[in-house]
Design a protein around this ligand. Structure first.
Ligand code: FAD
Length: 441
């Protein structure tokens, strides 16, 4: 059935993805309702931090929110005394996004709705979005821009009680950081990627003087950005269809032009490369190559790397490869048994708090999000072929639904590299064009 074009488009999720899409639609004269129940509309998870220590991990020159306007963020950063090849504070980027959202709202084309969506159904030619307070709205089209899901809960910590911080972005995590600063006990970070780096920075900048253990299977931590001579490649010169061949190419090319130049030269080709892998090859990538890919591809600002290096050299931060065996809450804290990689015997340590830094949930099947659950259960969306996001077509339409799109991390099964601003802004512009086409069809 045709949609009621007098209704707005409902965008669920007010992080970077939803915000820039609403602004893109406003530029096209299309009305939208931007829905976010977390109080973070215009910021989302990544840019809600107010901590000066939390820097962007992409240079200012790469952080424009607008497709086709490369300088949009960098010129603002420069005007404030920053450098285009520098790394702004994430809260500075949040202000930039807020201005974009304010302008879109002022245009009269965007309405903000501070509510959590718990269900959505299409009937009688429109979407009906329902909220946790029992209210609902109608919409011509629906966009899911709900970002990453909370990390998977870890079985070893099932009886860890209040010492276990399952969501490193929540209020419990902030309270745990404060208690650690006051008490000075030890902290365990499970996971050694970008989330671990954020928690370490929070602890360090709050004045924490205790001992931090960061542990993951391989103990790989994000590498630092540094200047290099770019070495662009043509798509035809990169092997497609095989993880092994791609890896071999990266090693050889890295040996000639440097690993940063080699890995960054794949950026323009990353979606085509991912899509050239069949399901088994994509699974192989996720199983074996992903930890290496992530730490080399998603690098941290040199200043941030400097803090990590300093803490390691002072013996205050230990980054290790190993496996958690058990975690038990005791009178003195959380007793954790773990085995270091290649160690014959397990080790035991007591921590005041342990943080889940394993990164976003990577399995649609395990989602606890009521909105996603209801859409999945009613067959209006379905998991992608890897089960890590939603199945979408080449226009980011969610397969199974009518006038339904997904944006950002939810679409990683199709694109893989669709979590950072430079990728999402292009997707948002394309989806806005598609919405304009479909609604006017
Ligand atoms: C800590 C961190 C730092 C990052 N730093 C950078 C960086 O420096 N540079 C870069 O390019 N990328 C960075 N990224 C990656 C990237 O910018 C984010 O992944 C991107 O912002 C994703 O935005 P999003 O809007 O899709 O998701 P989110 O930011 O997660 O926003 C989704 C929003 O949807 C809301 N929501 C969810 N479900 C519902 C519901 N049912 N009803 C209503 N609202 C709902 C949530 O409350 C949330 O506010 C970072 C990511 C993180 C996590």
């Amino acid at each position: 059935m045709k949609s009621d074009r007098a209704l707005p488009v409902a965008i669920i999720g007010g992080g970077f993805s939803g915000t820039i899409l609403s602004a893109q639609l406003a530029r096209r004269g299309i009305d939208s309702v931007l829905i976010d129940g977390s109080g973070r509309a215009g910021k989302g998870v990544a840019y809600s931090t107010t901590e000066p220590a939390h820097l962007l991990n992409v240079r200012a020159e790469g952080m424009s929110a607008w497709s086709g306007e490369a300088d949009h963020f960098a010129s603002r950063f420069e005007a404030q005394g920053g450098e285009r090849r520098g790394f702004a504070q994430r809260r500075f980027f949040a202000n930039y996004l807020k201005d974009i959202l304010d302008e879109a709202v002022a245009s009269g084309h965007v309405q903000l709705l501070h509510r959590s969506a718990v269900g959505a159904n299409r009937r009688d030619g429109q979407w009906h979005v329902s909220f946790d307070d029992g209210s609902s709205i109608g919409a011509a089209g629906l966009v899911l821009a709900i970002g990453n899901q909370e990390p998977e809960s870890l079985r070893a910590f099932a009886s860890a009680g209040k010492c276990w911080i399952g969501n490193p972005w929540g209020a419990d995590a902030r309270a745990a950081v404060e208690k650690l600063v006051q008490g000075g006990g030890a902290a365990l970070l499970v996971g050694t990627g970008l989330t671990m780096v954020d928690v370490v920075l929070s602890l360090d900048s709050a004045g924490y003087g205790g001992h931090i253990v960061a542990l993951s299977r391989r103990g790989l931590a994000p590498r630092a950005h540094a200047d290099f001579e770019p070495a662009p490649v043509d798509a035809a010169d990169v092997p497609h269809g095989s993880v092994r061949s791609l890896w071999r190419w990266l090693r050889t090319r890295g040996g000639t032009v440097g690993w940063r130049a080699a890995i960054d030269s794949l950026r323009p080709h990353s979606h085509a490369l991912w899509q050239s892998l069949d399901r088994e090859e994509q699974r192989r990538f996720l199983r074996h190559a992903r930890p290496w890919w992530d730490v080399h591809r998603h690098r941290i600002a040199p200043q941030v790397a400097g803090v990590i290096k300093r803490l390691v050299s002072e013996g205050r931060l230990e980054i290790m490869a190993g496996r958690i065996l058990s975690a038990t809450e005791t009178d003195t804290g959380l007793e954790v048994e773990f085995r270091r990689r290649r160690a014959a015997a397990p080790s035991r340590m007591t921590f005041d708090f342990a943080f889940n830094c394993t990164g976003p949930l990577h399995s649609m099947e395990h989602t606890k999000d009521p909105l996603l659950r209801s859409l999945l259960d009613s067959g209006q969306v379905r998991p992608d072929h890897l089960g890590i996001g939603l199945e979408v077509d080449e226009a980011s339409h969610a397969v199974g639904g009518e006038l339904l799109w997904a944006l950002g991390p939810l679409t990683k099964g199709r694109y893989w590299e669709i979590i950072a601003v430079p990728d999402i802004r292009e997707q948002a512009a394309a989806v806005a064009d598609d919405i304009a086409r479909e609604l006017n069809a």
